[in-house]
Design a protein. Structure first.
Length: 418
């Protein structure tokens, strides 16, 4: 079935106001039209209507930052104090021999967790030479596969990335300011200015990182470098991680996805917004690592603002509904009644924007890919945005990427062949 109409009690385009008793026309995997059900059925008589129910049809969630390959490390993490206390344990775990099957099983289980919580797009960090890629290619998820780059693997990294096509595209991901020396970061910027492919980086995550870029005594050089046999390297002094990052070659028109951004100043957030850089916040991970909550008050007006669960080494699970609720609770402290709409925006169109995919996904607009989810919301809040936030995986009725059904609940009248 190449052309069909999905109807629901409410259609939540995200880019525009909610529509009651509305439908979406899908053809060849793309959204063609959004309108009231009665008008759409009259205009397209003869096209099959699939009645999803009285719940909400909205864009699929964008989990903009994950490390699915690290699922197995959760069982290796014990009690710790602070960011470097956790990092020491992770390094020791990753330093021991691990079977490829253990890593690929983590990716497969992670994919199931994503789909079962309404995710249709993922920003995945690939740390093991692409073991996750074949699984993600088969998953049907729209994927930005960030190839992790560190000082230790720079020599075997091809920086000539090309713009992606289809559901999966690869981009560079220099790990962090403390794991990539200035020469590597400047090389990355030169490649970016040449090929235009967006890139990502962990930035401004912890107090330890702040001390590192200030060239003060810090636990990263004091504890982590000796643990991995890494020599300290010369670097320019900066007052903040973002300031340090800027010195590496940041210029107008650059497209970078900045992950975490906990230790950021107000004027830096304003500059990030002006430059159109993407930010992905991982609130549960930040609290788990004891680095504090991101400065939500600075980010309320940023359009390219997304949400990520991070990895199972820094989170209890990969349930995007739970991450969305944590995000909303923190954002509501500074945005009040506007927080629910902004939170759903961050979970969809904002996340797509943070990954520079807003031309393909993130909202229900004609011409975009049919990346859609349906949530049954009986008895939930009157406000549709709050209804989405308060929902759980149990209420998820359908997950679709580019018109392909990845999941459907029993009772949803949707053919597998769609």
């Amino acid at each position: 079935m190449k052309t069909f109409i999905l109807s629901a009690g409410t259609v939540l385009p995200v880019s525009s106001k909610p529509l009651a008793r509305a439908s979406v026309l899908v053809s060849d995997g793309k959204i063609r039209e959004v309108a009231k059900t009665s008008a759409l059925l009259k205009k397209h008589a003869g096209v099959t209507e699939i009645k999803l129910g009285n719940g909400i049809l909205l864009p699929g969630f964008v989990n903009a930052h994950t490390h699915l390959e690290l699922g197995w490390t959760q069982a290796e993490i014990g009690a710790f104090t602070g960011f470097t206390g956790w990092l020491e344990q992770l390094i020791i775990s990753k330093g021991a021999p691990v079977l490829e099957e253990k890593i690929t099983a983590s990716v497969s289980e992670g994919v199931k967790s994503l789909v079962s919580s309404g995710v249709t797009t993922v920003g995945e960090i690939s740390s093991y030479g692409g073991l996750d890629k074949p699984i993600l290619e088969k998953s049907g998820l729209r994927t930005v596969l960030f190839r992790e780059i560190l000082d230790s693997n720079e020599h075997k990294t091809d920086f000539n990335f090309k713009p992606g096509k289809g559901l999966i595209e690869e981009r560079p991901f220099p790990h962090a300011p403390y794991s990539c020396n200035p020469r590597l970061l400047r090389k990355l910027f030169r490649a970016h200015h040449k090929n235009g492919v967006p890139f990502g980086i962990h930035l401004a995550e912890s107090p330890d990182e702040v001390e590192f870029v200030k060239c003060c005594a810090n636990k990263i050089e004091g504890k982590i470098f000796p643990l991995i046999g890494k020599e300290a390297f010369e670097r320019p002094k900066a007052e903040s991680p973002y300031g340090y990052f800027s010195k590496m070659g940041l210029s107008e028109g650059d497209r970078a996805t900045l992950i975490h951004m906990v230790r950021v100043e107000k004027e830096e957030a304003a500059e990030i917004s002006r430059l159109g850089l993407g930010i992905v916040l991982c609130p549960r991970s930040n609290l788990f690592l004891q680095v504090g909550a991101p400065p939500f008050a600075y980010y309320s007006r940023i359009e390219r603002l997304g949400i990520g669960t991070d990895s199972l080494s820094t989170n209890y699970n990969l349930d995007f509904f739970e991450e969305l609720r944590a995000f909303h609770l923190l954002l509501s402290q500074v945005m009040g009644d506007k927080a629910a709409r902004k939170s759903v925006h961050a979970a969809t169109l904002g996340g797509a924007g943070a990954l520079y995919l807003e031309d393909k996904t993130g909202s229900i607009d004609p011409g975009k890919e049919a990346d859609l989810i349906y949530i049954d919301t009986p008895g939930n809040f009157r406000d549709p945005y709050l209804s989405v936030i308060s929902s759980t995986s149990a209420g998820l009725g359908m997950v679709m990427t580019a018109g392909r059904v990845l999941y459907k609940k029993d009772g949803i009248p949707l053919p597998d062949s769609v």
